[in-house]
Design a protein around this ligand. Structure first.
Ligand code: TRP
Ligand code: SF4
Length: 420
């Protein structure tokens, strides 16, 4: 398997991906979440980093944010719908929502004309609003956000070519823009923590697993761009300054028990309290004090025709803008986990875990667990054959698309903050 932000190939083994990338399984935090989304409960979201920060912020009613982005290089489809649903869920759970339209990325990496990125971008915006995004979200086009562009430049100070080569496999043919776009995405993710947006806070970034290299870079940059760094010690935290010893002066008077050394200060007490107090001082003296962003990772959406979903193969995915008829037709042609003959299927049962139609039910079409369990059992025990099952799914897709598109048309963009 090969998973990078620019390419996903092969059969994906998600436990291996967790190990290779150094993520944490989502199951570790699931039980801490009140009313988890079906994508969480049903295993579509399989990995995370530092999601505990979000859990703590939700429970403690402290400010936190959710942010993710969409590359407007084609029509939004059910893969994007996962990210959209995740943003909306987190917003309803109390996070401030930020939505990026990655037009700089689409223009530089995919060669899309600016007018096209705008046209597609607005479809993503209408879609996420139709899916329930509320008005206090901040929606922006990368190319129109001075905060993001300035921060990208600032962050790029901290990145050199060897690092980009190691993370992304870039080489001497890679364009400067494709390299720079990594800093732009890092800025997308960190800018909700700028003082203009209320200062440092936990931010969760729901993404597909291919975006993890960006998360790793961004988490490193969050630390490198900030003045103070933290290291756990017995009974507290060791605090260092990355930008010169003189900054340590600023925290000498901090209201905790402490030991001052030449190169660092050891501060004793509750680590979270210490971190918070030090970050507050950093913000006062003009530093970023970024908290490393958290993330969740969802599975890749399987293409309807078996292989991976590809925007260059329209029959491989259902777009949120396909006509309801077209969408239903695509479901009828989808690969299933059924057997070669009806006789065999009655005898052996189907394999829902291998079935694209079941994935649609599970991640998008069926809310009620009871209903989903029934379909799964009927499939496994050979009581239901694929023809009938697909018809039912096709009908649901038809209704979903019809409703979704009506909602999209009814969206009043004027009620939203859209930078672009
Ligand atoms: N690179 C992402 C993609 O290809 C889109 C994106 C841009 C993004 N900025 C982001 C995702 C910030 C998460 C956070 O889909
Ligand atoms: Fe998939 Fe339904 Fe066929 Fe089972 S019966 S394999 S869930 S289409």
């Amino acid at each position: 398997m090969n998973v990078t932000p620019w390419e996903v190939e092969g059969v994906i083994d998600y436990s291996k991906l967790i190990e290779e990338f150094g993520m944490q399984p989502f199951s570790e935090v699931l039980h801490e979440i009140e009313n988890p989304h079906i994508l969480m409960r049903r295993g579509a979201i399989f990995g995370q980093r530092d999601y505990w920060r979000i859990v703590k912020a939700m429970k403690g009613k402290e400010p936190w944010a959710v942010m993710s982005g969409f590359m407007p290089s084609g029509l939004p489809h059910f893969g994007h719908k996962m990210t959209m649903d995740e943003i909306v869920w987190h917003q309803k759970a109390g996070g401030k929502a930020f939505v990026a339209i990655a037009d700089m990325e689409a223009h530089s990496v995919r060669g899309m004309a600016w007018e096209k990125t705008r046209e597609f971008g607005l479809l993503y915006i209408r879609s996420i609003i139709a899916l329930g995004l509320e008005e206090d979200a901040i929606i922006y086009f990368q190319s129109k956000s001075p905060h993001v562009k300035d921060l990208a430049f600032e962050l790029s100070v901290e990145v050199n070519f060897s690092e980009l080569r190691a993370i992304y496999g870039f080489n001497s043919d890679t364009s400067l823009a494709k390299m720079f776009i990594t800093a732009v995405q890092a800025a997308d993710i960190l800018h909700p923590q700028l003082s203009d947006f209320g200062g440092p806070k936990p931010v969760v970034v729901p993404v597909g697993a291919d975006q993890d290299p960006h998360m790793r870079l961004t988490r490193d940059l969050a630390a490198r761009a900030s003045i103070f760094s933290f290291e756990p010690i017995e009974g507290g935290l060791r605090v260092r300054s990355r930008k010169g010893k003189e900054y340590l002066e600023k925290i000498k008077e901090i209201g905790f028990e402490r030991k001052v050394y030449e190169e660092h200060i050891d501060i004793f007490g509750d680590s979270r309290e210490i971190e918070r107090a030090v970050r507050e001082i950093e913000v006062e003296i003009g530093g970023f004090a970024f908290i490393p962003p958290s993330s969740t990772y969802h599975r890749f959406t399987t293409g309807l025709t078996g292989g991976k979903m590809s925007s260059s193969k329209p029959e491989s995915y259902i777009s949120l803008l396909d006509s309801p008829e077209e969408g239903a037709k695509k479901v009828m042609k989808a690969f299933t986990g059924g057997r070669a003959t009806a006789e065999e299927q009655r005898r052996l049962g189907g394999e829902p875990e291998k079935c694209v139609v079941f994935e649609l039910y599970s991640y998008h079409l069926i809310e009620k667990d009871e209903e989903l369990r029934q379909i799964e059992a009927d499939c496994r025990e050979g009581r239901m054959l694929c023809g009938k099952c697909k018809k039912m799914a096709a009908e649901m897709v038809r209704n979903f698309l019809k409703e979704h598109q009506e909602k999209m048309d009814a969206v009043d963009l004027g009620k939203y903050t859209i930078i672009g």
